[in-house]
Design a protein. Structure first.
Length: 319
């Protein structure tokens, strides 16, 4: 290996070495323009003296963007560094100071299979530790499926650090459905948790109704919320998720409506609050008492012990 200044127009790029995602980073080109290239490119020099890039694709794009003609590079002779070793080196280079994101892992796994002809079991045994992922074949398969995700969603998923479970769920949707949800997230404000909840609800409702996620997204009520120019983005999120939860858990929604009625009838200044468990586990409800003073507690206690209240709760579970 030697360090040499190379004319960047002489550098050939090969797609399967380009594993970084996203392909460009905000402010990266400006940083190189101000400070220079702090980490040299890595190139293989073949027997004909041609240069092939195997590490530094973002750096090369930035150099071309700022119209730099030359750059420092580490040169490796083809006879001293195999393609596979160069690929592994590029993975290690990408891991410096950070973890690989899910799309980079997906790309690497698929390249190891398609280009280097490793079997899936061989990849699990040899590369799981390098990629810092589970040695379960099923987990590897979920990463591979991420190659099916629409580009419109990739940036959002990486930015919000969406978990593999949610991304994998999305990867099974048809492209039309993925584009539909991409349009939705452009018009609402979603946290990490909101997005996972939204995708799970849409996927489960589509399964229940034996339809596509796109049909759920195209629901008239959701479209009405999205088109409301006076409704803030975060409120749109709350309303859409609440609407989908009612569709997903109709029994729970009906019970919640009845509990609200009972609360209004029996509570005095909000002294009694009734809550259902998230998935209705165990046929139980929780009862909270707003105990501001002993007098309010005693008043709430009498309401709870009344025959009328007891009968309302019995009917609630008998319906």
């Amino acid at each position: 290996m030697i360090l040499k200044t190379i004319n960047i127009n002489e550098i050939k790029t090969i797609d399967y070495f380009d594993i970084s995602y996203p392909k460009t980073l905000a402010g990266f080109s400006e940083s190189i323009k101000k400070q220079g290239l702090l980490s040299p490119l890595r190139l293989i020099r073949d027997k004909n003296g041609k240069y092939r890039l195997f590490s530094g694709f973002r750096r090369l794009r930035s150099l071309r963007e700022i119209e730099t003609s030359e750059a420092p590079a580490f040169l490796y002779n083809e006879s001293d560094l195999s393609e596979e070793d160069a690929f592994i080196s590029s993975i290690e280079e990408n891991r410096k100071g950070r973890s690989l994101n899910d799309f980079e892992i997906s790309s690497i796994l698929n390249i190891l299979t398609s280009h280097f002809r490793y079997s899936k079991k061989e990849i699990v045994a040899k590369f799981s530790s390098l990629l810092e992922i589970s040695k379960e074949l099923g987990i590897h398969e979920k990463y591979r499926m991420l190659s099916n995700i629409n580009p419109q969603l990739k940036e959002f998923i990486v930015k919000k650090r969406i978990p593999l479970k949610t991304s994998y769920c999305l990867s099974k949707w048809a492209d039309k459905s993925q584009k539909g949800i991409a349009t939705v997230i452009e018009n609402i404000h979603l946290t990490h948790g909101d997005f996972s909840k939204l995708i799970t609800l849409i996927d489960e409702i589509a399964g229940m109704e034996k339809t596509s996620p796109q049909e759920i997204v195209n629901d008239g009520f959701i479209e009405k919320i999205l088109s409301d120019k006076d409704l803030p983005a975060n409120r749109k999120t709350v309303k859409i998720i609440k609407y989908l939860e009612k569709k997903r858990f109709p029994k729970k929604s009906a019970l919640e409506d009845k509990l609200n009625r009972i609360e209004k009838e029996f509570s005095v200044a909000g002294k009694i609050k009734l809550k259902l468990p998230y998935l209705l586990e165990g046929n139980k409800i929780s009862i909270e008492i707003d105990n501001k003073n002993r007098g309010s507690f005693e008043e709430a206690k009498k309401l709870l012990e009344s025959e009328k209240f007891q009968e309302e709760i019995r009917q609630l579970f008998n319906e």
